[in-house]
Design a protein around this ligand. Structure first.
Ligand SMILES: Nc1ncnc2c1ncn2[C@@H]1O[C@H](COP(=O)(O)OP(=O)(O)OP(=O)(O)O)[C@@H](O)[C@H]1O
Length: 251
């Protein structure tokens, strides 16, 4: 049977939209040091689809950062699995896990973690230059793309500034540009606007949402700010070791 080419592309687009970029299955974490055990959560299940935006709320100490670290492959679970764009993280060597993390995920933290001795442009270029393999771009391409992204976050006039010469909001916008430079499938944010004043926080948040719309990047953002959380597709709450989706009236 012949298939209409437009059917195929519609089906492909649908598949792409349905693609799960981040999945955790039975995810559990207990910190242990000597005889001290700190159980944080047990048996979490989560699917994040391409282009989807998800907020994670929870009281202090509920395990939000722990969850984000596990999703980003920065820590290992006590049980369960994390899949990033379909690949099981635990099945990879440290080097392969690092490469997948660099290619498929972007990170934005409350404190920007830019490298102080490098300029804004160099900081944003770095994740591109760390890419290995056949598709790794040249330095010129990395520089061009980093420059474009810095322009899109309103920092085209601050390319040569070092982090210490930027304002707090500018540093955070540079960190967003850095998180997006490898066109990741998903950005993980841990209180990405937490240390900014309300107006600047809203600007950085808007920026992340517009990049999500334009590039289809999924977002998983830990936040205490329910007003910002409400603007995302889904709001989850981590409470007493369980992850629960909140209904709109609960947020
Ligand atoms: N390395 C560690 N060793 C032992 N316990 C830890 C460790 N890291 C975190 N914890 C504990 O695990 C729990 C969850 O910590 P986590 O940082 O994930 O919470 P959180 O929800 O992000 O909190 P906050 O909103 O205050 O940042 C806390 O009770 C914390 O004390």
């Amino acid at each position: 049977m012949h298939q209409n080419p437009s059917d195929t592309s519609a089906a492909t687009a649908r598949e792409r939209h349905d693609e799960v970029v981040l999945r955790c299955e039975g995810l559990s974490k207990t910190y242990s040091e000597g005889t001290l055990y700190t159980p944080v959560f047990d048996g979490l299940e989560l699917d994040v689809r391409r282009g989807e935006t998800v907020a994670v709320l929870g009281a202090s100490g509920a395990g939000k950062s722990t969850l984000l670290h596990l999703l980003g492959g920065l820590d290992t679970p006590s049980a369960g699995e994390v899949y990033v764009t379909g690949t099981m993280m635990s099945a990879l060597s440290d080097a392969a896990r690092g490469a997948l993390r660099n290619r498929a995920l972007g990170f934005v933290y409350q404190f920007h973690h830019l490298l102080p001795e490098f300029t804004a442009l160099e900081n944003v270029m770095l994740p591109v230059l760390l890419r290995t393999g056949r598709d790794s771009p040249s330095v010129a391409e990395a520089s061009r793309h980093a420059r474009e992204l810095l322009e899109s976050v309103g920092l085209g006039h601050r390319l040569q500034h070092k982090p210490g010469e930027l304002s707090g909001g500018e540093r955070q916008r540079a960190a967003v540009a850095r998180a997006l430079v490898n066109r990741p499938a998903c950005v993980l944010g841990d209180e990405p606007t937490g240390n900014l004043d309300e107006k600047t926080a809203a600007t950085v948040f808007d920026l992340m949402l517009s990049l999500n719309r334009e590039q289809g990047t999924s977002l998983v953002l830990v936040t205490h700010d329910r007003r910002l959380a409400r603007r995302l597709d889904r709001v989850l709450e981590l409470h007493e070791g369980k992850l629960r989706q909140l209904a709109p009236h609960e947020v």
